[in-house]
Every structure is written in structure tokens, then in C-alpha cells.
Design a protein around this ligand. Structure first.
Ligand code: CP3
Length: 350
């Protein structure tokens, strides 16, 4: 049974929980960012972390995609590294995160603090509270987010981004106790950060595990799944459903589903119809168009959006999104074509 004329908040929350909706809601990972000229104008000249800490500017860029590209949810503008300096680790952006003193020894892990983010990064919650007020009238839902422990650990151990994180791989093999202790502290931080975001008004929260897909199923079960299960168990999910994103996870999907997250966000390597069968009512799905598709003509984008919605029909719920963030240089028209196609999906087609 379809539900007629839902507002955007009801549509997203229902899709996350697997309740009937009129059509899938739509938003985009990295919908605020460099592809928007108005983002570049506000961002200009400010170091990235200072930008994330500027309440007025962060509120402004969080809202930009709502006006410009017709997205149906707002994600708070921040970064997965924002709460990390509060642990006692200095991080810079060039343009990705760079850790001057990578965390590689047991004593470094022991020295890490697990702060209350309300004290170390109060601006994140002020941004959320302001956004919630701004969005109340239009009934647009607000998302919070955090980096997952494994992905945060990958950067902290390696010191910077990498395609294969060799120092991390070595730590898995040779220093498992150190890595386990680091993941435990990061898991506590992530739970505290997401809890505080829900308290400040986030209605859905997304956990980004961008690099967990590097692992084999065996290593994922050992190193990643327990962190996800702990976060799922500790968050107030009745208040705010949890979306779990693991990039490059087609070989891991059954294990990702074992997390118990409300929504599993998959990338374009995953077949949505197959994922829906495997989820078998346990979780809703989010995704999964290739961000590169947004460079294509609008008709092709619209066709792919309709195909994704049809493929996900067997899922208990579906949130239309990309399989990873919007790429810098994406034409704004491509992003608009994506959201327009999503909004034109009628009940009859589904
Ligand atoms: O989605 C949104 O619009 C909300 C904001 C958001 C940012 N980062 C802002 C940002 C979110 C949800 C993130 C998540 C994030 N950050 C992840 C997980 C998801 C993913 O994309 O894989 C990771 C791994 C990071 C770490 C990070 N931050 C990297 C690797 C980089 C540089 C490379 C890149 O993609 O730009 C950043 C910088 C960053 N975070 C930018 C933005 C808009 C670009 C900053 C700029 O130069 O203006």
C-alpha cells in the first residue's frame, strides 16, 4: 500500500524504517561541496577545519543544495575528522586529512582521550540546532554523520589517504592489540558524537566506512563488524535511524547486513535487486548510482534513476542516492537531473 502526499521528513523516516511511501526520497552524499560555485565562494580562503567550525558558514553551505539542486534532505556540513583533534591528535587538510604524527604504538593509543564532543566541538551541535530550526517549516529532514572507527583508524595509522593503506595492513597482521585498542576508543568517540548529534536535532545519522571494503570477508568479520554492531546497539535508533555506508562492499554485503543498521548504503558495484533479496526485509537500501553518471545527459541520468528505483522495489525501503559522494567538477545540471528524476517517480511506476 502506498502512502499519499508525505512530507519529506516522513518520506525519509518511513523509507529508512521500511514503512510504505509514495516514492523513494532523494539526497546526495557530498551534496554540499566544490561542484557548487556558491560553496566555493563561501569556502574561499579559509582552512578547511576553520570552515567546519564557522557556524554561520557551515549552516549556509549545508542549506545551499536545498535551494539549488532540489535535494530532499540536508546533511550537516562537517567532516569525519572534526572530532579527532579533541582526542589529542592534530589533523590538517591538504586537501584530504593529514596526521602529522600517525598513531602506530600502544602508548600513543593509550594517550588518546575520548572526549565528550559537546565540549570539544560544540559548534557541530550549534550548527545542527540552527539547521533544525531553519528546516522546521519546510519539513525537510536533517542528517548527522560520523566516520566509522575502521575508516578513521585507517587515516590515523597511515597518516593520510591511500589506495591500499599498507601501514594499516601491517598493523592488522603484526600489532593486532594496538589496532584493537584504537578501534575501541574510536567506537566510543563515534557513539558519543552520534548520540550528541541526535540530541541536537539530527533525525537520521549516517556512518561512513569508506575504507572497510579493502578487507576480505574474514578480516571484515573480525575487525569491522563488531564495531558496527556496537554502534548499532548503543544508538537511540528509535529516535534516529542509522544508515551504514561501506564503499566497495559487494563481497561483504551479507556481513554488512549483519550489522543490524536500519539502512545499508551501497555503491554502484552492487546490484540493487540482488541486495534487496539478500536484505530480505532486515534493512532498507540507499544508493547507488555511479557519481560519474552525473556528467551524462539528463535523459540518461533519468533513465538510470528509474532503473535503480525499479531494481530496489523488492527492498523494504529505498533511499535514492549516489554510491559515493558528488565529484568536484560535476555539472550542477546533472545533479538537478538526478533529483528531478527521483521526484517524478510516480506510484504507478513502482
Ligand atoms: O556530504 C556532505 O555534503 C557533508 C559533508 C561531508 C564532508 N566530508 C565535507 C568535505 C561528509 C559527509 C564528509 C565525509 C568524509 N570525509 C569521508 C567519508 C565519505 C567519503 O567521501 O568517502 C571521508 C573519508 C572524509 C575525509 C576527507 N575530507 C577527505 C578524504 C577529503 C579530501 C578529498 C575530497 O574528497 O575532497 C576531505 C575534505 C572535504 N570534506 C571536502 C568536503 C566538502 C572538500 C573540502 C574543500 O576543499 O572544500
Amino acid at each position: 500500500m502506498a502512502a499519499a502526499s508525505l512530507d519529506p521528513t516522513e518520506r525519509l523516516l518511513r523509507a529508512c524504517r521500511g514503512e510504505p511511501v509514495d516514492r523513494p526520497p532523494v539526497w546526495l552524499m557530498r551534496q554540499a561541496g566544490r561542484y557548487l560555485p556558491e560553496y566555493r565562494a563561501v569556502r574561499e580562503g579559509l582552512p578547511f577545519l576553520d570552515f567546519c567550525g564557522d557556524v554561520e558558514k557551515a549552516v549556509e553551505v549545508s542549506l545551499q543544495p536545498l535551494r539549488r539542486v532540489g535535494t530532499e534532505a540536508v546533511i550537516v556540513f562537517s567532516d569525519i575528522f572534526v572530532p579527532i583533534p579533541g582526542m589529542g591528535v592534530s589533523v590538517e587538510f591538504a586537501p584530504g586529512p593529514v596526521v602529522a604524527e600517525p598513531i602506530r604504538s600502544r602508548s600513543q593509543v593509550e594517550n588518546l582521550r575520548v572526549p565528550d564532543p559537546r565540549e570539544t566541538v560544540p559548534f557541530v551541535f550549534e550548527i545542527l540546532r540552527t539547521l533544525r530550526r531553519e528546516l522546521a517549516d519546510v519539513r525537510v529532514p536533517l542528517l548527522g554523520f560520523a566516520g566509522a572507527p575502521f575508516t578513521l583508524a585507517a587515516y590515523l595509522v597511515e597518516g593520510h589517504g591511500s589506495s591500499d593503506f599498507p601501514v594499516l595492513q601491517r598493523m592488522i597482521a603484526e600489532e593486532p592489540a594496538t589496532l584493537r585498542a584504537l578501534l575501541a576508543k574510536l567506537t566510543d568517540l563515534v557513539v558519543a558524537h552520534l548520540e550528541a548529534q541526535v540530541e541536537a536535532g539530527a533525525q537520521v545519522v549516517q556512518l561512513f566506512d569508506t575504507w572497510a571494503g579493502l578487507l576480505s570477508p574474514e578480516l571484515y568479520r573480525e575487525w569491522v563488524l563488531p564495531t558496527h554492531r556496537e554502534i548499532v546497539a548503543k544508538l537511540p535508533r528509535a529516535q534516529a535511524p542509522l544508515v551504514l555506508y561501506v564503499r566497495d562492499s559487494s563481497h561483504l554485503l551479507d556481513l554488512v547486513l549483519e550489522s543490524g543498521a536500519d539502512v545499508i548504503s551501497v555503491d554502484w558495484r552492487v546490484d540493487l535487486a540482488d541486495a534487496a533479496r539478500r536484505a530480505a526485509g532486515r534493512a532498507s537500501l540507499q544508493g547507488n548510482l555511479d557519481p560519474g553518471l552525473l556528467f551524462a545527459p539528463p535523459e540518461l541520468i533519468a533513465e538510470r534513476v528509474r532503473e535503480a528505483a525499479a531494481a530496489a522495489r523488492g527492498a523494504r525501503g529505498h533511499v535514492l542516492n549516489l554510491g559515493h559522494g558528488v565529484l568536484p567538477g560535476t555539472p550542477v545540471e546533472g545533479v538537478c537531473a538526478f533529483t528531478e528524476a527521483a521526484r517524478s517517480i510516480g506510484e504507478g511506476e513502482l
